[in-house]
Ligand binder design. Structure first.
Ligand SMILES: [Cu+2]
Length: 123
């Protein structure tokens, strides 16, 4: 019982890792899913949304597109190492933030893209 939960958990974590930032090696299951998705038009594979939080330095902001690039520290909830990557963010969250700011943030990760749900200047 415990072993199978552990295996399921590590599988879920490797999927999350594979989706984060890099797209070098797609697992075979993903290729099949992609082929199936092509057959079904624009249907995407359902993915569980995960929530994570961390700290970062802002490296770029695009309020028009609603995007922010963060040089973030490790995010334990998503098993992510530190890296720089872009996230979607509502313009409202970005209005008091500028490049170079240290921030504390929370995000939703759907397996492919991250959306910032909370963004505050770090004290
Ligand atoms: Cu990342």
């Amino acid at each position: 019982m415990k072993a199978s939960i552990g295996i399921a958990l590590s599988l879920a974590l490797s999927v999350a890792l594979a989706g984060c930032g890099k797209q070098s090696e797609a697992p075979k299951a993903d290729e099949k899913a992609a082929a199936a998705a092509n057959d079904a038009g624009t249907m995407a594979m359902p993915a569980e949304t995960k929530h994570g939080k961390g700290t970062a330095t802002v490296t770029a902001i695009d309020t028009a597109k609603g995007q922010v690039t963060l040089d973030h520290s490790a995010i334990v909830e998503l098993e992510w190492p530190p890296m720089t990557m872009g996230f979607a963010a509502k313009p409202d969250l970005l209005k008091d933030i500028k490049v170079g700011d240290k921030v504390a943030f929370e995000l939703d990760w759907d397996g492919k893209a991250g959306t910032i749900t909370k963004l505050d200047k770090a004290p």
